[in-house]
Design a binder for this molecule. Sequence first.
Ligand SMILES: NC(=O)c1ccc[n+]([C@@H]2O[C@H](COP(=O)([O-])OP(=O)(O)OC[C@H]3O[C@@H](n4cnc5c(N)ncnc54)[C@H](OP(=O)(O)O)[C@@H]3O)[C@@H](O)[C@H]2O)c1
Length: 347
Amino acid sequence: MTINAGILNVTGYVGAEIARLLHNHPDARIAGVTGRSAAGKRLPEVFPHLFAIDLPIAESLPDGVDVVLSALPHGAAAEHLIPFVEAGVPVVDLSADFRLRDVHEYEAAYKVTHPAPQMLASAVFGLPELRRDEIAGARLVGASGCHSAGVILALAPLYASGVIEPQVVADTKTGLSGAGRALGLNVHFSEADENVAPYGLDGHRHVPEMVQELAALAEQPTPRITFVPHYIPMTRGILSTCYARLKPGALSNEPAKARKDMLDVFRGYYRNAPFVHVSETAPATKHVMGSNYTIVHPSVNLQTGDAVVTSALDNLGKGAAGNLVQCMNVMFGLPETAGLQTLGLFP
Ligand SMILES: NC(=O)c1ccc[n+]([C@@H]2O[C@H](COP(=O)([O-])OP(=O)(O)OC[C@H]3O[C@@H](n4cnc5c(N)ncnc54)[C@H](OP(=O)(O)O)[C@@H]3O)[C@@H](O)[C@H]2O)c1
């Protein structure tokens, strides 16, 4: 079976990355791509590195696609996807429009009215490591945000196994492609180079989905997440560092045994997760650049009683286009890893 995939908004960073991944996919072909301002051009005119995908950029997808992969911004995504969802065409969306179950949380975080709140009940949060079975039976998947993927994958084993208190702190250092292709002062070379700054201190939009997904894992007090992202002058990658207080007696008092206990918790949790590598050493964003892998490193500080978990992923890979293709594979009953087994590009 070959899946005919349509890509909405191929001319953003994420759309281009979806096209690059599908080009190497053994069971999918690109049936059509759309763009707004670039409609009428051919894809290699906009992205010369995609010279082998010589497709016209259209205003809409051709009839009969088997799946719609959307890289539109939030709001626009739901508006464009309504007819496909109503027609029963499988959809994976990378915007925030179908990630949250509670429309009020969505509207408070994104400051817009949701164009299709009636569709939220049937949508599934797209992170196969947590929701593989639901994604397999879904027609509408709202793929995880990039920061959320890094933080959720770092914290899920600890939260699900009940060894940490619900108050956690997480920070991320993220590459500038996370801000998308549109121009802005924060990605101006003179202001971004040799510079690090936090943002979203008054409540980042990804926190509600982190809480939603972690809370669904265990009958415990809802997690409270203090989250601060930072842009740093690199192109791709997110390094997440998550700090959580261990419950008294949760781990051995003996450091080597406690470290092993932590690794066992993570290795057990991710034993069927082909794209999560549990590492005994700290990850770096260069270890996953261009790949769909997340490297997770659990560590424990017995002096303070804290677990500190670091994770690294590529925001355009497991944080976006790679995870979307992984969700598509699961929805269509393909091997989860199809088209995605490239290791990180190093150095
Ligand atoms: N970048 C990441 O790391 C990342 C990670 C996870 C999820 N996402 C999500 O993936 C989606 C795409 O992100 P991106 O980084 O690829 O964005 P991007 O590179 O900034 O692409 C956004 C482009 O979409 C087009 N656009 C804007 N409004 C539109 C509308 N109403 N209808 C049609 N096209 C419109 C514009 O291009 P024109 O002006 O040329 O039409 C705009 O430049 C977003 O929902 C984002 O939140 C991004």
